[in-house]
Design a protein around this ligand. Structure first.
Ligand code: CIR
Length: 252
């Protein structure tokens, strides 16, 4: 499994922030934590490939937002934050080697963090970054391949995947406070520990969940359900409002 990543940019201190107050980010520590994240992926048999650095683009480490990668095609996004649109060409350059490409067109805006694939369902978060037009275009591109696109209202957090991620086929880890969980009908839901609202973002690689070390209570819930969890400290990346899934693009 190929996992695309990108080094933490020197300019990360100027990252976009929506729901968090700005806190100083230690660049050296952020890079070290990011490298450990990459090593964790590599230990789970991922072929980790770094995209070229984009030091002047503060959020370029969050490669997940630039594309929706399906088995049949890759859809380049049109990120909701203007400052992030320049990240797309370098992701397109790499993805064209792996998939046919499609692009979302204005007035659609979408961040990959708002797209959660579970089976053949693409849940699309309607958030400050992602609009209905994007869901409509995604539907037109993905339906011919048998995907169903379902919209989910997101409020109080940045992206759908801040509040819901797949932790086993058909099972989602969720924070109901930030999404309309009724839209997830048909999925088995595990709730985060109430003391850990940001704990719902986990990255499933094979049968192992990569999950932030900051959420031990939620980790215990996952382990009690038989899930294997690799905990990674991403404290600095969390200050930039990023989670575990945001830092890679999985090209199956
Ligand atoms: C942003 O606001 O765009 C970045 N600071 C964080 C993006 C995190 N991406 C994600 O959750 N998929």
């Amino acid at each position: 499994m190929i996992c695309l990543t990108r080094e933490v940019s020197e300019s990360i201190a100027q990252c976009e922030l929506t729901h968090l107050d700005r806190a100083p980010i230690d660049l050296t520590l952020a890079r070290e934590q990011h490298r450990r994240y990459e090593e964790t992926l590599a230990s789970l048999s991922c072929d980790v490939r770094r995209l070229p650095p984009l030091q002047d683009l503060p959020d370029a480490v969050f490669v997940e937002d630039a594309a929706v990668v399906l088995d049949e095609l890759a859809i380049l996004t049109r990120p909701g934050a203007l400052s992030r649109r320049a990240e797309i060409p370098s992701v397109a350059e790499e993805l064209r080697r792996h998939r046919p490409l499609a692009h979302l067109e204005a007035p659609a805006t979408l961040d990959g963090g708002d797209v959660l694939l579970s089976g053949r369902i693409l849940f699309v978060g309607l958030s400050r970054r992602t609009n209905r037009e994007a869901a409509r275009q995604l539907r037109r591109l993905a339906e011919p391949f048998g995907y169903e696109v379902r919209e989910v209202e997101v409020s109080g957090c940045l992206h759908l995947k801040t509040a819901a991620s797949e932790v086993a086929p058909g099972t989602l880890l969720v924070n109901r406070a930030w999404i309309d969980a009724d839209a997830l009908a048909g999925r088995d839901l595990i709730e985060v520990d109430p003391a850990e609202p940001f704990g719902a973002n986990a990255l499933l690689i094979g049968k192992t969940l990569v999950h932030a070390a900051a959420f031990p209570r939620t980790r215990a819930r996952l382990e009690s359900r038989g899930r294997a969890v690799a905990a990674v400290d991403v404290s600095e990346i969390a200050k930039a409002e990023g989670g575990l899934t945001c830092c890679s693009l999985i090209v199956g």
